[in-house]
Design a protein around this ligand. Structure first.
Ligand SMILES: [Zn+2]
Length: 126
């Protein structure tokens, strides 16, 4: 049996976020890119996370910080609350190093550049 995609789509990883990890332009919408970024946290594809920051905000990012955030938590589940063309509100559940369950609730902004979707930034909710 194929491994189900961590983003919760019900598809296999091969047919879902893997296509986008191999080619970010394969993300047909902001939501697809968001799902692929969540899965990249689960699988620790740090380069993908870094490279899909919009150039406008990428300069403030550090791969080591992204890697630490991805590795020190165990990513449990993604819930998409709502998605529009360029915004996605989601909840990502994770267990931290102390074993406590947390929810990261964010409304993210995305922009297209040269027909590729990028993550710009997010507003933390709740
Ligand atoms: Zn997926």
């Amino acid at each position: 049996m194929k491994q189900l995609c961590p983003c919760g789509s019900g598809e296999s990883y091969q047919d879902c976020c893997n296509r986008i990890h191999e080619n970010p332009k394969a993300a047909a919408s902001a939501e697809q890119l968001m799902r692929a970024r969540y899965t990249a946290f689960c699988l620790q594809h740090i380069d993908f996370l870094y490279d899909t920051f919009h150039p406008q905000t990428r300069r403030y990012q550090q791969k080591a910080a992204i890697a630490a955030w991805a590795k020190e938590n165990q990513w449990q589940e993604l819930q998409i609350i709502q998605a529009s063309v360029s915004r996605v509100e989601f909840k990502a559940y994770y267990i931290d190093r102390s074993g406590d369950l947390h929810v990261h609730h964010e409304k993210s902004a995305f922009k297209q550049l040269n027909s590729q979707w990028y993550y710009v930034d997010g507003e933390i909710k709740g």
